[in-house]
Design a protein. Structure first.
Ligand SMILES: *[C@@H]1O[C@H](CO)[C@@H](O)[C@H](O)[C@H]1NC(C)=O
Ligand SMILES: *[C@@H]1O[C@H](CO)[C@@H](O)[C@H](O)[C@H]1NC(C)=O
Ligand SMILES: *[C@@H]1O[C@H](CO)[C@@H](O)[C@H](O)[C@H]1NC(C)=O
Ligand SMILES: *[C@@H]1O[C@H](CO)[C@@H](O)[C@H](O)[C@H]1NC(C)=O
Ligand SMILES: *[C@@H]1O[C@H](CO)[C@@H](O)[C@H](O)[C@H]1NC(C)=O
Ligand SMILES: *[C@@H]1O[C@H](CO)[C@@H](O)[C@H](O)[C@H]1NC(C)=O
Ligand SMILES: *[C@@H]1O[C@H](CO)[C@@H](O)[C@H](O)[C@H]1NC(C)=O
Length: 445
């Protein structure tokens, strides 16, 4: 009976003037044509495909590449399935004639890079591939039409979040089972149609609050939640359960199996059973900061400020004139709290302030910097004033950085007394320290 049915279908296809590809099934359900070639041992996309085909299924074969001519002229195709093949390469133009394509299934292949230009795409299924990154423009041609994006079971560490934030029509977003480490705040704000967001089994330590999450029903257990509600899954992440996750805890759902990974006293505890009071943050405490720093003018300076806290505090620096210091031509501010000044000038003298802050508070510290002038004595010697003609000089300059507590044995040479100490130095250090600091320089001259 089945054979007969099959033959009839075949006949139907032949009658329309197109042979059905070998071992495939062709359903001509007027006016649309479907070609089903799953599990037929195909190594390539068959060439004898009716170009008017509306649905084409090629799953569970051994196709390794998709070529330009494979889908040429198939302007009626709505649904293409290439799941469970061994495709590693897709040429950018391979789908360019598929102007009406709505659903593209590419799951369970070996794809590492994706860039397709399909203007009407609604469903893009890329689960179980080897994607480790996605270019920010990969989905540009269907940002406003896409309803369903499945990127689960890949190797993604980074996701082009800005692109995701523009998928205004998206309903289902699967990004589970990747290596994603962070979700930026507010990225889902404009995804008004999102009904399902799966972030299970990634490397997320925190999830920022988002207006979207207010749509999570308070008791997800009760079925028949309103259509506008959202199902958010984030189990299997190494959640850091401090005050930053309190907002999520307050949603009091009970349906998922989330646990905390840290801090240690909450580790492995079931997220929804931990009382709100235990989601704690610790304000920053400065643990280390540069002592008084004395630098010869023109030399680089490195100021340090280290703070502990939970969450990890951010450190900002304020200059002696009260300006917030950022990365610039002369200064670099590092995430670990170090401030580096490329070339110091005497104007840098003064009190720098470091501010360590986190969700629980802030703490400030002061680092006093004294930039000393290059000694005038150097001018009065018969030597050249050009440092580049005096290699020994630059060597010494780099070692002339002295900080308190002073090692008083250093440079405590008799010749010190010949020096006329600089005023700004004197003011801060007292005569002896100042001279040892400065004359260390002179001694070698
Ligand atoms: C596609 O259409 C063009 C123009 O009609 C034709 O030259 C070409 O052979 C067609 N390609 C395929 C694969 O059918
Ligand atoms: C440091 O100074 C050198 C020379 O003045 C300059 O070329 C370089 O860009 C500076 N770098 C930074 C990070 O400020
Ligand atoms: C400043 O630049 C350094 C080195 O390029 C970088 O590590 C640091 O994150 C930058 N700081 C800021 C605040 O952008
Ligand atoms: C901070 O980071 C910078 C750049 O990575 C490095 O040069 C500096 O030594 C670090 N400072 C501390 C205190 O670890
Ligand atoms: C830096 O701060 C200390 C202590 O508050 C103060 O004695 C000193 O005068 C300040 N230095 C400058 C240059 O303002
Ligand atoms: C060196 O001496 C000259 C003249 O006495 C003066 O104009 C110049 O500013 C001095 N240079 C330095 C670096 O002090
Ligand atoms: C001072 O320096 C000497 C030799 O450079 C060293 O042996 C000594 O331990 C230092 N003293 C202090 C207090 O750092």
């Amino acid at each position: 009976m089945e054979r007969l049915w099959f033959s009839l279908l075949l006949l139907a296809a032949v009658c329309r003037g197109q042979p059905c590809p070998k071992r495939c099934m062709c359903q001509s359900l007027s006016p649309s044509l479907a070609i089903l070639c799953s599990k037929t041992g195909l190594l390539f996309v068959p060439t004898a495909i009716d170009r008017r085909t509306v649905e084409l299924r090629l799953q569970e074969n051994f196709i390794t590449a998709v070529r330009r001519k494979d889908f040429a002229n198939m302007t009626s195709l709505l649904h293409l399935t290439l799941s469970k093949n061994t495709i590693s390469q897709i040429l950018p133009s391979a789908f360019s004639d598929l102007r009406r394509l709505r659903a593209l299934h590419l799951d369970s292949n070996r794809i590492t890079v994706i860039k397709v230009s399909l203007t009407n795409l609604r469903h893009l299924i890329l689960a179980n591939n080897q994607l480790h990154s996605i270019s920010p423009h990969a989905f540009d041609d269907f940002l406003s039409t896409l309803e369903d994006l499945d990127l689960s079971y890949n190797n993604l560490i980074q996701v082009p979040w800005e692109t995701i934030g523009h998928l205004t029509n998206v309903n289902t977003l699967n990004m589970d089972h990747n290596l994603i480490e962070n979700v930026p705040q507010g990225v889902f704000t404009n995804l008004h149609k999102l009904a399902r967001l799966d972030m299970t089994s990634n490397k997320l330590k925190k999830i920022p609050p988002d207006p979207l999450f207010l749509r999570i029903p308070v008791y997800a257990k009760s079925k028949g939640s309103p259509l506008s509600s959202l199902v958010l899954s984030f189990g299997g992440n190494p959640l850091h359960c401090n005050c930053e996750l309190l907002w999520l805890r307050r949603l009091t759902r009970e349906d998922d199996l989330e646990t905390c990974a840290s801090p240690s006293d909450l580790s492995a505890k079931y997220f929804w059973t931990i009382p709100e009071e235990e989601f704690i943050c610790d304000p920053p405490v400065l643990t280390r900061r540069s002592p008084l720093t004395i630098i010869m003018e023109g030399q680089p300076a490195s100021l340090k400020c280290k703070a502990n806290g939970d969450p990890e505090p951010e450190v900002h620096w304020i200059s002696p004139e009260g300006r917030l210091i950022s990365n610039g031509s002369r200064t670099l501010v590092f995430p670990n709290g170090s401030l580096e000044i490329n070339v110091t000038s005497q104007k840098d003298s003064g009190n720098f302030t470091c501010i360590a802050s986190n969700a629980a508070g802030e703490s400030t510290g002061r680092v006093e910097v004294v930039v000393t002038a290059v000694p005038h004595l150097a001018n009065s010697t018969s030597r050249s004033r050009d440092p580049s003609s005096e290699p020994a000089l630059s060597d010494i300059l780099t070692s002339s950085k002295v900080s308190l507590p002073n090692n008083e044995t250093r440079g405590a040479d008799r010749r010190v007394s010949l020096m006329r100490p600089d005023d700004s130095c004197l003011k801060h250090l007292g005569l002896f320290e100042c001279m040892t600091a400065k004359c260390f320089f002179l001694y070698f001259l």
